[in-house]
Design a protein around this ligand. Structure first.
Ligand code: E4P
Length: 217
């Protein structure tokens, strides 16, 4: 499973990138707002650091507007994936932009039918939002499983990009189902390294090591 980082925080991306954990980045208007930076400037900085796809989101509601914004965002760098919402107009924009050879990430997907339409429209990535479904008491992970089954049934090449990931458990479950990519906030990726038994184990080993009176360095 590829790891994308869901943030526009350049320092956080850099830290994970140095560990080889970053296969791509996803941003959205809320994350750009949170960064407090100019969209083109911050996105360019991210694209210069990361080789993989960097999703940058359009904000127009009509297909023509999305296509025009997509072309503008694409000027930032070659590795931009243009993000459009899963509306009828978003699907029109997806088809036009992907026919033009651009990577397209269709976002705000909340149903298997929406994912099916995005694949038909040539999306490079489909972004089903797990956490936001869980928030309204619908099993977000079941949606990932349903899309996996449907895409596999017909050999669709659209990559499932599990999004709105809130917990390390979401990462495990998405990986078990076979999501192609998971995009998670840096804090969730870092939490994946934590285990109380690891901490307890280190504590025990250090106590015993002290008793030996030895030093490694
Ligand atoms: C995905 O591309 C979105 O940016 C993101 O995963 C949304 O997550 P949220 O529901 O935590 O805002």
């Amino acid at each position: 499973m590829k790891f994308f980082v869901d943030t526009a925080d350049v320092d956080a991306i850099r830290e994970l990138h140095q560990l080889g954990m970053v296969d791509g980045v996803t941003t959205n208007p809320s994350l750009i707002m949170k960064s407090g930076r100019d969209i083109k400037e911050v996105t360019k900085e991210i694209c210069d650091m990361v080789d993989g796809p960097v999703s940058s989101e359009t904000v127009a509601l009509d297909a023509d507007g999305m296509i025009r914004e997509g072309h503008e965002l694409k000027k930032i760098a070659d590795n931009i994936a243009i993000k459009v919402p899963l509306t009828w107009d978003g699907l029109k924009a997806c088809k036009a932009l992907s026919d033009d050879g651009h990577m397209v990430n269709v976002t705000l997907c909340f149903s298997a039918n929406q994912a099916l339409l995005a694949a038909k429209a040539g999306a490079t990535f489909i972004s089903p939002f797990i956490g936001r479904l869980d928030d309204i008491n619908i099993d977000g992970m079941q949606l990932i499983a349903d899309i996996r089954e449907i895409y596999d049934n017909y050999g669709f090449e659209t990559q499932i990009l599990a999004a709105s990931i809130r917990t390390p458990n979401h990462m495990t479950e998405a990986a078990k189902i076979g999501a192609d990519v998971a995009t998670a906030p840096p804090a969730v990726i870092k939490k994946m390294a934590e285990h109380p038994l690891t901490d307890k184990g280190i504590e025990g080993f250090l106590k015993d090591w002290e008793k030996t009176g030895q030093k490694i360095l």
